[in-house]
Design a protein around this ligand. Structure first.
Ligand SMILES: [Zn+2]
Length: 327
């Protein structure tokens, strides 16, 4: 190649490998833009079951009005991103999430994948007949083309498995998530009943050659044995202590401190699994606010000697790393 052609080719080529982006419901952002992140919350959930769930079961404007003040409240407290963990067939509504994100100023992330916990009540019929490759094809299509014709792309996968050894359908979901990860780089959040199910998923994902830093053990607080948190954290997976609430606050502080003592604070996510507009209840039922983590939990950690740098790691650096797509 002549020198001039070589220089022109170099000028046309990107100088850096394509930087990873995180898909928010209103478009892609650099991971560094996520800021303070609540890693596991909900704004709307419908527990009616996969056979009857539908946006026609609620008034989207009413749900919007109910959730917005709670999102504005955490934005005023410094939160910049909310990870909305409601999967398809249990109330995922990306149009509502887009509106709430625009109105509140919060970036909101949504998901692809199916929720196989709760004895499979929230799985569509095809989840029982299709294999992992077929399910992955559906999820990869959402990641590439958008969700339900909206163009909204998921930032992560959300699956769910029951406690104990993986059932056949739960294992299919995990293997479908692994395939989707390999095609898209999206991280895998999995609602997990207990440490047995966490270990089983870690084994399955290892078998599928998925790096464990792309696996988020959701509801790790359900496992009372902190030694399992340490074990899974040491394997490189994310230990999501996401049930911070008024009654469980001290327990979550203790679990975070145990991970810190084990040198594993950089594998921990904290959030509240709070919210949401309960479809089917008058005016959406009781909406649990998303602000307790800021008003009570962080001060409780600081009182135990957790530094500002460590708080930043929990709320900014760890979510950014967990949510950055990888291959
Ligand atoms: Zn949840």
């Amino acid at each position: 190649m002549k020198r001039r052609e070589f220089l022109l080719a170099m000028a046309a080529a990107p100088l850096l490998p394509r930087a990873p982006v995180v898909q928010t419901v209103n478009g892609p952002v650099a991971p560094e833009m996520l800021g303070v992140t609540l890693a596991h919350e909900h704004v709307l959930v419908d527990f009616i079951g996969a056979d009857r769930v539908s946006p026609s079961r609620y008034d989207r404007d009413a749900a919007f009005r109910r959730a917005l003040p709670h999102l504005e409240r955490i934005h005023a407290l410094g939160c910049r991103t909310l990870v909305e963990c409601t999967p398809a067939y249990i109330g995922r509504d990306v149009v509502l999430l887009q509106r709430l994100s625009k109105a509140s100023g919060l970036a909101i992330l949504t998901n692809t994948g199916y929720y196989g916990a709760a004895n499979d009540k929230f799985l569509p019929p095809h989840a029982f007949t299709e294999n992992a490759a077929q399910l992955a094809t559906r999820w990869i299509a959402e990641a590439r083309d958008g969700i339900e014709g909206t163009g909204v792309r998921p930032a992560f996968m959300k699956i769910g498995v029951d406690a104990g050894p993986l059932s056949a359908v739960d294992e299919t979901l995990v293997r479908a998530a692994a395939r989707t990860h390999r095609a898209t780089g999206l991280p895998i959040y999995s609602h997990t009943g207990d440490g047995v199910a966490a270990r089983a998923q870690v084994a399955c994902l290892t078998d599928e050659k998925v790096p464990l830093q792309s696996f988020v053990w959701v509801h790790a607080q359900n496992e009372r044995d902190g030694a399992v948190h340490v074990e899974i954290g040491r394997r490189g997976a994310w230990v999501s202590l996401d049930g911070v609430g008024r009654d469980s606050l001290e327990r979550h502080v203790t679990m975070v401190m145990a991970m810190r003592s084990a040198g594993l604070l950089d594998r921990v996510l904290v959030s509240q699994d709070a919210g949401w507009y309960h479809v089917g209840e008058p005016d959406g039922g009781t909406y649990r606010p998303h602000d307790l983590l800021f008003t009570d939990f962080l001060p409780a950690l600081e009182a135990r000697g957790v530094s500002e740098a460590e708080i930043r790691r929990l709320l900014v650096d760890n979510p950014r790393r967990a949510l950055s797509p990888t291959r």
